[in-house]
Design a protein around this ligand. Sequence first.
Ligand code: SOE
Length: 380
Amino acid sequence: MSKTLNIGMIGYGFMGRTHSNGYNRVPNFFPELEYKPVLKAACARNKEALQEFADTWGYESIETDWRELLKRDDIDAVDICVPNNLHGEMAIAAAEAGKMILCEKPLAMDVAEGQKMVDAVEKAGVANTVWYNYRRIPAVTLAKQIIDSGKLGQIFHYRANFLQDWTINADVPQGGAGTWRLDSAAAGSGVTGDLLAHCIDTAIWLNGSISNVSAMTETFVKERVHAETGEKQAVGIDDACAFLCRFGNGSLGLFESTRYARGHKALYTFEINGEHGSLKWDLHDLHRLDYFEYADEAATRGWRSIHVTDNGGEHPYMDHYWVPGLQIGYEHSFLNQVADFLKSLETGEPCGPTFADALETQKVCDAVLASGNDGGWHDV
Ligand code: SOE
Protein backbone atom coordinates (compact mmCIF):
# COMPACT_ATOMS: atom_id res chain seq x y z
CA MET A 1 0.00 0.00 0.00
CA SER A 2 1.39 3.36 -0.94
CA LYS A 3 1.85 6.13 1.58
CA THR A 4 1.62 9.84 0.89
CA LEU A 5 4.22 12.47 1.71
CA ASN A 6 2.52 15.85 1.82
CA ILE A 7 4.83 18.61 0.65
CA GLY A 8 4.70 22.27 1.70
CA MET A 9 6.84 24.28 -0.69
CA ILE A 10 8.14 27.69 0.46
CA GLY A 11 9.18 29.80 -2.52
CA TYR A 12 8.32 29.71 -6.19
CA GLY A 13 11.44 30.71 -8.10
CA PHE A 14 13.70 28.68 -10.38
CA MET A 15 14.48 26.15 -7.66
CA GLY A 16 10.83 25.88 -6.62
CA ARG A 17 10.14 24.79 -10.20
CA THR A 18 12.95 22.22 -10.34
CA HIS A 19 11.86 20.64 -7.05
CA SER A 20 8.14 20.70 -7.92
CA ASN A 21 8.92 18.97 -11.21
CA GLY A 22 10.82 16.33 -9.22
CA TYR A 23 7.89 15.67 -6.86
CA ASN A 24 5.42 15.50 -9.73
CA ARG A 25 7.36 13.12 -11.93
CA VAL A 26 8.91 10.77 -9.39
CA PRO A 27 5.92 8.37 -9.21
CA ASN A 28 6.13 7.95 -13.01
CA PHE A 29 9.77 6.94 -13.02
CA PHE A 30 10.10 5.31 -9.57
CA PRO A 31 6.70 3.57 -9.22
CA GLU A 32 8.11 0.99 -6.82
CA LEU A 33 8.60 3.53 -4.03
CA GLU A 34 6.29 3.21 -1.07
CA TYR A 35 5.89 6.97 -0.59
CA LYS A 36 4.25 9.25 -3.18
CA PRO A 37 4.70 13.02 -2.87
CA VAL A 38 1.53 15.11 -2.80
CA LEU A 39 1.87 18.82 -3.57
CA LYS A 40 -0.29 19.99 -0.66
CA ALA A 41 0.57 23.66 -0.35
CA ALA A 42 2.78 26.32 -1.86
CA CYS A 43 3.76 29.31 0.25
CA ALA A 44 5.04 32.81 -0.54
CA ARG A 45 4.08 36.43 0.15
CA ASN A 46 3.01 37.47 -3.36
CA LYS A 47 -0.45 35.87 -3.57
CA GLU A 48 -1.02 36.41 -7.28
CA ALA A 49 2.35 35.05 -8.41
CA LEU A 50 2.02 32.21 -5.91
CA GLN A 51 -1.41 31.18 -7.20
CA GLU A 52 -0.04 31.07 -10.73
CA PHE A 53 2.87 28.89 -9.57
CA ALA A 54 0.49 26.64 -7.60
CA ASP A 55 -1.80 26.22 -10.62
CA THR A 56 1.10 25.53 -12.98
CA TRP A 57 2.67 22.82 -10.84
CA GLY A 58 -0.48 21.38 -9.26
CA TYR A 59 -0.34 22.51 -5.61
CA GLU A 60 -3.68 21.91 -3.86
CA SER A 61 -3.61 25.10 -1.76
CA ILE A 62 -1.62 28.22 -0.99
CA GLU A 63 -0.41 29.98 2.17
CA THR A 64 0.99 33.50 2.30
CA ASP A 65 2.60 33.09 5.74
CA TRP A 66 5.17 30.32 6.21
CA ARG A 67 4.43 30.10 9.94
CA GLU A 68 0.84 29.17 9.09
CA LEU A 69 2.15 26.50 6.73
CA LEU A 70 4.17 24.99 9.58
CA LYS A 71 1.06 24.84 11.80
CA ARG A 72 -0.80 22.66 9.31
CA ASP A 73 -1.21 19.02 10.31
CA ASP A 74 -1.56 17.99 6.66
CA ILE A 75 2.04 18.98 5.84
CA ASP A 76 4.68 16.25 6.38
CA ALA A 77 7.72 17.82 4.72
CA VAL A 78 8.73 21.41 4.09
CA ASP A 79 10.82 22.38 1.09
CA ILE A 80 12.76 25.61 1.69
CA CYS A 81 13.38 27.31 -1.65
CA VAL A 82 13.90 30.92 -0.61
CA PRO A 83 16.95 33.23 -0.43
CA ASN A 84 19.73 31.97 1.82
CA ASN A 85 19.15 34.45 4.67
CA LEU A 86 15.76 32.80 5.36
CA HIS A 87 16.93 29.17 5.45
CA GLY A 88 17.99 29.18 9.11
CA GLU A 89 14.90 30.65 10.71
CA MET A 90 12.52 28.58 8.58
CA ALA A 91 14.41 25.31 8.97
CA ILE A 92 14.71 25.63 12.75
CA ALA A 93 10.99 26.44 13.08
CA ALA A 94 10.10 23.58 10.71
CA ALA A 95 12.17 21.13 12.77
CA GLU A 96 10.50 22.36 15.97
CA ALA A 97 7.14 21.78 14.28
CA GLY A 98 8.22 18.19 13.58
CA LYS A 99 8.37 18.59 9.81
CA MET A 100 10.84 16.81 7.56
CA ILE A 101 12.96 19.33 5.66
CA LEU A 102 14.37 19.51 2.16
CA CYS A 103 16.45 22.70 2.08
CA GLU A 104 17.91 24.47 -0.96
CA LYS A 105 21.71 24.98 -0.95
CA PRO A 106 23.79 26.44 0.57
CA LEU A 107 22.63 25.28 3.98
CA ALA A 108 23.06 28.59 5.78
CA MET A 109 24.57 32.09 5.78
CA ASP A 110 27.55 30.83 7.78
CA VAL A 111 28.78 27.96 9.95
CA ALA A 112 27.32 29.34 13.19
CA GLU A 113 23.82 29.41 11.68
CA GLY A 114 24.33 26.06 9.94
CA GLN A 115 25.32 24.46 13.25
CA LYS A 116 22.04 25.65 14.84
CA MET A 117 20.14 24.12 11.94
CA VAL A 118 21.95 20.80 12.35
CA ASP A 119 21.26 20.87 16.10
CA ALA A 120 17.56 21.57 15.43
CA VAL A 121 17.00 18.68 12.99
CA GLU A 122 19.00 16.30 15.16
CA LYS A 123 17.08 17.29 18.31
CA ALA A 124 13.74 16.92 16.49
CA GLY A 125 14.83 13.69 14.79
CA VAL A 126 13.32 14.79 11.47
CA ALA A 127 14.48 13.54 8.07
CA ASN A 128 16.49 16.19 6.24
CA THR A 129 18.43 16.74 3.04
CA VAL A 130 20.05 19.64 1.18
CA TRP A 131 19.59 20.06 -2.57
CA TYR A 132 23.14 19.61 -3.84
CA ASN A 133 21.61 18.03 -6.90
CA TYR A 134 24.72 17.46 -9.04
CA ARG A 135 25.66 14.39 -7.00
CA ARG A 136 22.72 12.64 -8.61
CA ILE A 137 23.58 13.15 -12.22
CA PRO A 138 24.25 9.53 -13.25
CA ALA A 139 27.72 10.30 -14.66
CA VAL A 140 28.72 11.97 -11.36
CA THR A 141 27.36 9.06 -9.33
CA LEU A 142 29.30 6.71 -11.62
CA ALA A 143 32.46 8.71 -10.85
CA LYS A 144 31.78 8.07 -7.16
CA GLN A 145 31.40 4.33 -7.79
CA ILE A 146 34.65 4.19 -9.78
CA ILE A 147 36.58 6.07 -7.08
CA ASP A 148 35.10 3.96 -4.28
CA SER A 149 36.04 0.78 -6.15
CA GLY A 150 39.68 1.85 -5.87
CA LYS A 151 40.25 1.88 -9.65
CA LEU A 152 41.98 5.28 -9.55
CA GLY A 153 44.30 4.25 -6.70
CA GLN A 154 45.79 7.05 -4.68
CA ILE A 155 44.25 10.42 -5.64
CA PHE A 156 46.74 13.21 -6.36
CA HIS A 157 44.68 16.06 -7.78
CA TYR A 158 41.10 17.38 -7.71
CA ARG A 159 40.25 20.31 -9.98
CA ALA A 160 36.86 22.00 -10.34
CA ASN A 161 35.39 25.07 -12.03
CA PHE A 162 31.96 26.67 -12.06
CA LEU A 163 31.88 29.49 -14.60
CA GLN A 164 29.10 31.89 -15.52
CA ASP A 165 28.88 35.33 -17.15
CA TRP A 166 25.50 36.81 -16.19
CA THR A 167 26.64 39.67 -13.92
CA ILE A 168 29.24 41.37 -16.12
CA ASN A 169 26.87 44.24 -16.92
CA ALA A 170 27.13 46.81 -14.11
CA ASP A 171 23.46 47.72 -14.69
CA VAL A 172 22.28 44.37 -13.32
CA PRO A 173 20.75 45.32 -9.94
CA GLN A 174 21.28 43.60 -6.61
CA GLY A 175 18.46 42.40 -4.35
CA GLY A 176 14.84 41.67 -5.25
CA ALA A 177 13.24 38.52 -6.56
CA GLY A 178 15.46 37.84 -9.58
CA THR A 179 18.78 39.22 -8.34
CA TRP A 180 18.94 38.47 -4.61
CA ARG A 181 22.03 36.32 -5.33
CA LEU A 182 23.97 39.59 -5.82
CA ASP A 183 22.90 41.06 -2.47
CA SER A 184 25.12 39.92 0.40
CA ALA A 185 22.33 40.57 2.92
CA ALA A 186 20.18 37.92 1.21
CA ALA A 187 22.83 35.57 -0.20
CA GLY A 188 25.60 35.73 2.41
CA SER A 189 28.27 35.43 -0.25
CA GLY A 190 28.58 35.44 -4.03
CA VAL A 191 30.03 32.66 -6.13
CA THR A 192 31.50 30.93 -3.07
CA GLY A 193 28.13 30.03 -1.51
CA ASP A 194 26.20 29.84 -4.77
CA LEU A 195 28.51 27.95 -7.14
CA LEU A 196 31.67 26.78 -5.38
CA ALA A 197 29.43 25.23 -2.73
CA HIS A 198 28.26 22.77 -5.41
CA CYS A 199 31.87 21.99 -6.37
CA ILE A 200 32.85 21.56 -2.71
CA ASP A 201 29.90 19.27 -1.96
CA THR A 202 30.78 17.03 -4.91
CA ALA A 203 34.48 17.12 -4.03
CA ILE A 204 33.96 16.10 -0.40
CA TRP A 205 31.61 13.33 -1.53
CA LEU A 206 34.05 12.00 -4.13
CA ASN A 207 37.39 12.68 -2.49
CA GLY A 208 36.83 13.16 1.24
CA SER A 209 37.32 16.04 3.63
CA ILE A 210 39.17 19.29 2.91
CA SER A 211 41.72 20.27 5.56
CA ASN A 212 42.85 23.79 4.69
CA VAL A 213 42.43 26.44 2.01
CA SER A 214 44.08 29.51 0.51
CA ALA A 215 41.77 31.73 -1.52
CA MET A 216 41.63 34.82 -3.69
CA THR A 217 38.32 36.67 -4.10
CA GLU A 218 37.35 39.73 -6.15
CA THR A 219 34.34 42.01 -6.57
CA PHE A 220 34.61 43.53 -10.03
CA VAL A 221 31.50 45.73 -9.91
CA LYS A 222 31.74 47.68 -6.66
CA GLU A 223 28.30 49.31 -6.58
CA ARG A 224 24.90 48.26 -7.90
CA VAL A 225 21.40 49.69 -7.61
CA HIS A 226 19.21 47.76 -5.18
CA ALA A 227 16.15 46.44 -7.04
CA GLU A 228 13.80 47.15 -4.14
CA THR A 229 15.01 50.53 -2.85
CA GLY A 230 16.37 51.99 -6.11
CA GLU A 231 19.43 53.13 -4.11
CA LYS A 232 22.98 52.53 -5.30
CA GLN A 233 24.78 50.41 -2.70
CA ALA A 234 28.19 48.86 -2.22
CA VAL A 235 28.34 45.26 -3.49
CA GLY A 236 29.22 42.89 -0.65
CA ILE A 237 29.49 39.61 -2.53
CA ASP A 238 32.46 37.91 -4.17
CA ASP A 239 32.05 38.03 -7.96
CA ALA A 240 34.93 35.61 -8.46
CA CYS A 241 36.83 33.22 -6.22
CA ALA A 242 39.72 30.83 -6.75
CA PHE A 243 41.20 28.64 -4.05
CA LEU A 244 43.80 26.00 -3.42
CA CYS A 245 43.29 23.32 -0.81
CA ARG A 246 44.62 20.15 0.71
CA PHE A 247 42.35 17.15 1.16
CA GLY A 248 42.57 14.84 4.16
CA ASN A 249 43.78 12.04 1.83
CA GLY A 250 46.83 14.12 0.86
CA SER A 251 45.61 15.19 -2.58
CA LEU A 252 45.76 18.79 -3.78
CA GLY A 253 42.69 20.76 -4.86
CA LEU A 254 42.26 23.70 -7.21
CA PHE A 255 38.84 25.40 -7.51
CA GLU A 256 37.66 28.41 -9.49
CA SER A 257 34.32 30.13 -9.86
CA THR A 258 33.24 33.40 -11.42
CA ARG A 259 30.25 35.13 -12.95
CA TYR A 260 32.61 37.03 -15.28
CA ALA A 261 33.74 34.26 -17.65
CA ARG A 262 32.29 35.72 -20.85
CA GLY A 263 30.73 32.96 -22.93
CA HIS A 264 30.12 30.52 -20.07
CA LYS A 265 26.60 30.10 -18.70
CA ALA A 266 26.91 27.23 -16.21
CA LEU A 267 30.15 25.45 -16.96
CA TYR A 268 30.62 23.13 -14.00
CA THR A 269 33.55 20.78 -14.63
CA PHE A 270 35.74 18.58 -12.49
CA GLU A 271 38.79 16.41 -13.10
CA ILE A 272 40.38 13.91 -10.73
CA ASN A 273 43.85 12.45 -11.29
CA GLY A 274 44.81 9.26 -9.51
CA GLU A 275 47.70 6.82 -9.57
CA HIS A 276 45.98 4.37 -11.96
CA GLY A 277 43.61 6.63 -13.84
CA SER A 278 41.74 9.89 -14.18
CA LEU A 279 38.13 11.03 -14.49
CA LYS A 280 36.60 14.20 -15.87
CA TRP A 281 33.07 15.52 -16.16
CA ASP A 282 31.40 18.55 -17.69
CA LEU A 283 27.87 19.78 -16.91
CA HIS A 284 27.38 20.89 -20.52
CA ASP A 285 27.80 17.26 -21.58
CA LEU A 286 26.37 15.84 -18.40
CA HIS A 287 25.57 12.32 -19.55
CA ARG A 288 29.22 11.58 -20.32
CA LEU A 289 32.04 10.63 -17.97
CA ASP A 290 35.55 10.67 -19.39
CA TYR A 291 37.85 8.00 -18.00
CA PHE A 292 41.53 7.26 -18.55
CA GLU A 293 42.82 3.90 -17.31
CA TYR A 294 46.59 3.40 -17.28
CA ALA A 295 46.21 -0.42 -17.20
CA ASP A 296 44.82 -0.39 -20.77
CA GLU A 297 47.03 -1.81 -23.51
CA ALA A 298 49.62 0.86 -24.37
CA ALA A 299 48.91 1.05 -28.12
CA THR A 300 45.22 1.83 -27.66
CA ARG A 301 45.39 3.55 -24.27
CA GLY A 302 43.58 6.87 -24.15
CA TRP A 303 40.68 8.81 -22.72
CA ARG A 304 37.37 7.01 -23.20
CA SER A 305 34.09 8.84 -23.09
CA ILE A 306 31.46 6.75 -21.31
CA HIS A 307 27.92 7.52 -22.45
CA VAL A 308 26.23 6.93 -19.11
CA THR A 309 22.90 5.60 -20.38
CA ASP A 310 22.93 1.82 -19.88
CA ASN A 311 19.86 0.63 -18.02
CA GLY A 312 20.75 -2.90 -17.03
CA GLY A 313 22.11 -1.81 -13.65
CA GLU A 314 25.50 -0.72 -15.07
CA HIS A 315 24.75 2.97 -14.79
CA PRO A 316 23.25 4.60 -11.71
CA TYR A 317 19.56 5.64 -11.91
CA MET A 318 19.30 4.83 -15.64
CA ASP A 319 17.17 1.71 -15.18
CA HIS A 320 14.38 4.14 -14.18
CA TYR A 321 14.34 5.97 -17.49
CA TRP A 322 14.53 5.05 -21.16
CA VAL A 323 16.32 2.40 -23.22
CA PRO A 324 20.14 2.27 -23.52
CA GLY A 325 21.64 5.17 -25.44
CA LEU A 326 18.87 7.65 -24.60
CA GLN A 327 20.02 10.22 -22.12
CA ILE A 328 18.38 12.23 -19.36
CA GLY A 329 19.07 15.83 -18.27
CA TYR A 330 19.53 18.40 -15.53
CA GLU A 331 15.98 18.11 -14.17
CA HIS A 332 16.41 14.39 -13.52
CA SER A 333 19.03 15.07 -10.86
CA PHE A 334 16.16 16.51 -8.79
CA LEU A 335 13.89 13.55 -9.53
CA ASN A 336 16.70 11.27 -8.41
CA GLN A 337 17.12 13.20 -5.17
CA VAL A 338 13.38 13.08 -4.44
CA ALA A 339 13.45 9.33 -5.14
CA ASP A 340 16.41 8.81 -2.80
CA PHE A 341 14.70 10.89 -0.11
CA LEU A 342 11.52 8.80 -0.39
CA LYS A 343 13.58 5.62 -0.32
CA SER A 344 15.34 6.85 2.82
CA LEU A 345 11.96 7.10 4.55
CA GLU A 346 11.45 3.41 3.82
CA THR A 347 14.89 2.31 4.97
CA GLY A 348 15.45 4.80 7.80
CA GLU A 349 18.87 5.61 6.33
CA PRO A 350 19.75 9.32 5.96
CA CYS A 351 19.49 10.90 2.50
CA GLY A 352 22.79 12.66 1.86
CA PRO A 353 23.76 15.37 1.79
CA THR A 354 22.06 15.80 5.16
CA PHE A 355 22.21 19.08 7.04
CA ALA A 356 25.27 17.68 8.85
CA ASP A 357 26.97 16.90 5.52
CA ALA A 358 26.12 20.33 4.13
CA LEU A 359 27.62 21.91 7.26
CA GLU A 360 31.00 20.46 6.17
CA THR A 361 30.64 22.29 2.85
CA GLN A 362 29.66 25.44 4.77
CA LYS A 363 32.85 25.14 6.84
CA VAL A 364 34.95 25.08 3.67
CA CYS A 365 33.03 28.09 2.25
CA ASP A 366 33.59 30.09 5.44
CA ALA A 367 37.31 29.25 5.44
CA VAL A 368 37.56 30.23 1.75
CA LEU A 369 35.88 33.59 2.38
CA ALA A 370 38.08 34.25 5.43
CA SER A 371 41.16 33.46 3.38
CA GLY A 372 39.91 35.67 0.54
CA ASN A 373 39.74 38.53 3.05
CA ASP A 374 43.12 38.17 4.73
CA GLY A 375 45.14 36.26 2.14
CA GLY A 376 46.29 33.57 4.59
CA TRP A 377 45.87 29.80 4.72
CA HIS A 378 42.87 28.78 6.83
CA ASP A 379 42.15 25.46 8.47
CA VAL A 380 38.66 24.15 7.85
C1 SOE B 1 23.04 30.50 -10.16
O1 SOE B 1 22.89 31.07 -11.43
C2 SOE B 1 22.54 29.06 -10.15
O2 SOE B 1 21.16 29.06 -10.48
C3 SOE B 1 22.74 28.42 -8.78
O3 SOE B 1 22.03 29.12 -7.77
C4 SOE B 1 22.34 26.97 -8.84
O4 SOE B 1 22.56 26.36 -7.58
C5 SOE B 1 23.21 26.29 -9.90
O5 SOE B 1 22.91 24.94 -9.96
C6 SOE B 1 22.98 26.94 -11.24
O6 SOE B 1 23.26 28.31 -11.13
